[in-house]
Ligand binder design. Structure first.
Ligand SMILES: NC(=O)C1=CN([C@@H]2O[C@H](COP(=O)(O)OP(=O)(O)OC[C@H]3O[C@@H](n4cnc5c(N)ncnc54)[C@H](O)[C@@H]3O)[C@@H](O)[C@H]2O)C=CC1
Ligand SMILES: N[C@@H](CC=O)C(=O)O
Ligand code: NA
Length: 435
């Protein structure tokens, strides 16, 4: 008789309920693939009485998630509570210290404490796994750390936040309002408990820092991700981008930069203009896509559902199955102590075209001031479009696309214009992804 793998589930929201449903629905095939049954020994969440659409009566209930790590009948703790610190981190630390495997969907916790937890798991001889934490259901952690293991990865980039992608692509398709579409994403379980993490790019930055550590064998540097979200993107930008042949997507991008002689880690999350014939332009809704470029494999594209109960549960349970089969890691594809400490690279010398949206007062001389600042900073303008009539405040929108050049020149032009009375608001700069 094969012993089951006994698991404890902490958190029974979108992801946790999905995990219960998946384990119950596919129990037989999971047991065959895991070589043993997966048994839910205990569950815990904030509210015992809440209707989650799954029957929890057959599982032991713990009011305090911390109790799960102390149970002798549990082999693996599955953390689906969320938050970089607090009860999630305490549970993770205690589970590992108690010799239990840890599976987590929590990118915030891994981005902040992943190295510590990975080292602790290696020392304790237990598994730490977090496939669901990056790009939801897409097996990108496994893909990079196993499938692409033989390659030096040169660059990794893509769409890492389902909520932002859902907002941008829905606004683009329907012209609906930002707040209204965000409320939809929350209803569908895509958004973080605090959606600021999504719309300000922080969630994508968490994921990017995890991917970069695995792709490049570097220590996690979430603190060094240059991060900008989509809250300043207006419907007018989406409209202008479309008129110019682009869509807007929140893109995370990481690579090793050797420009100044020493290798540095480049990590950035920002809204970008993506040409409509680029594969990332067709990634809609809560779908994520990750591109990895390796020196022998060439370009790989991983694409699939980046958020939501089913896909995220699929990634969580895949990790549980790996542990049932005896897999122990290491979590970041190499021992935590061997990950290289690398200084962050700045983006100033990067070269490319930019889109700049200016909101300006409707009066003569404004255009001359803007173009003079661009000229003085060495920015060459490819096109400039003025959007229609002034709005009710007497302001108009100017959309500028630059010829390829150093990003530092665009930054300098913005510095020259800072505080100018030819601007009615802070310009928005977005880089344009090459085809
Ligand atoms: N929703 C999604 O599509 C995805 C979520 N994730 C991550 O999975 C984790 C869970 O996310 P969701 O299920 O969406 O969140 P949720 O808000 O739907 O569920 C959170 C669960 O944790 C419980 N909880 C919260 N604070 C607690 C506390 N102090 N003590 C005990 N229980 C507590 C809640 O009662 C609830 O059952 C987060 O780390 C999130 O970033 C990862 C990938 C996708
Ligand atoms: N809030 C996240 C959930 C998955 O990681 C997202 O929208 O991508
Ligand atoms: Na994943």
């Amino acid at each position: 008789m094969v012993e089951p793998l006994n698991i404890a589930l902490a958190g029974l929201g979108t992801v946790g309920s999905g995990v219960v449903r998946l384990i119950e629905t596919n129990a037989e095939l999971i047991a065959r693939r895991a070589r043993r049954p997966i048994r839910i020994a205990a569950v815990s969440a904030r509210d015992r009485t809440k209707d989650r659409g799954v029957d929890l009566s057959r599982y032991d209930w713990e009011d305090d998630t911390a109790a799960l790590a102390a149970r002798a009948d549990v082999d693996v703790v599955v953390e689906m509570v969320g938050g970089s610190d607090g009860p999630a981190l305490a549970l993770a630390r205690n589970a590992i210290a108690g010799g239990k495997g840890l599976v987590t969907a929590n990118k915030a916790m891994i981005a902040h404490h992943g190295l510590e937890l990975a080292a602790a798991a290696e020392a304790a001889g237990v598994a730490l796994k977090f496939e669901a934490a990056v790009a939801g259901g897409i097996p990108v952690i496994k893909g990079l750390s196993e499938g692409a293991a033989a390659n030096a990865i040169e660059r990794v980039y893509g769409i890492l936040n389902g909520t932002c992608n859902y907002i941008l692509s829905t606004m683009e398709d329907t012209g609906r309002d930002f707040a209204d579409v965000l409320a939809d994403a929350q209803r569908m379980g895509y958004a973080e408990a605090d959606p600021t993490f999504d719309i300000e790019g922080i969630d994508a930055a968490h994921k990017l820092s995890i991917l970069a550590a695995i792709a490049f064998g570097t220590r996690l540097r979430f603190d060094a991700v240059e991060t900008m979200g989509i809250s300043r993107v207006k419907a007018a930008d989406i409209e202008q981008a479309r008129a110019l042949g682009y869509v807007i997507r929140l893109i995370g991008m990481a690579g090793i930069d050797g420009t100044n002689g020493s290798a540095r880690l480049f990590q950035r999350v920002r809204p970008h203009l993506v040409p409509i014939d680029h594969p990332l332009a067709h990634v809609d809704g809560a779908t994520n896509a990750v591109v990895a470029e390796g020196n022998f494999m060439g370009r790989l594209l991983f694409q699939g559902a980046g958020a939501g109960d089913g896909p995220t549960a699929s990634a969580v349970v895949a990790d549980i199955i790996d542990i049932a089969k005896g897999e122990k890691g290491p979590a970041f594809a190499m021992p935590a102590a061997e990950l290289e400490a690398m200084e962050p690279a700045s983006s100033g010398h990067r070269v490319g075209s930019s889109y700049i949206r200016f909101t300006v007062p409707d009066r003569p001389g404004v255009l001359a001031d803007i173009t003079a600042a661009m000229r003085d900073a060495g920015v060459s303008i490819e096109s400039l479009i003025q959007k229609g009539d002034p709005d009710q405040d007497g302001e108009v929108i100017l959309a500028v696309v630059t010829h390829p050049g150093p990003e530092s020149a665009v930054t300098e032009a913005m510095r020259i214009l800072d505080g100018s009375d030819s601007l009615a608001g802070r310009p928005l700069v977005m880089q344009i992804i090459g085809a």
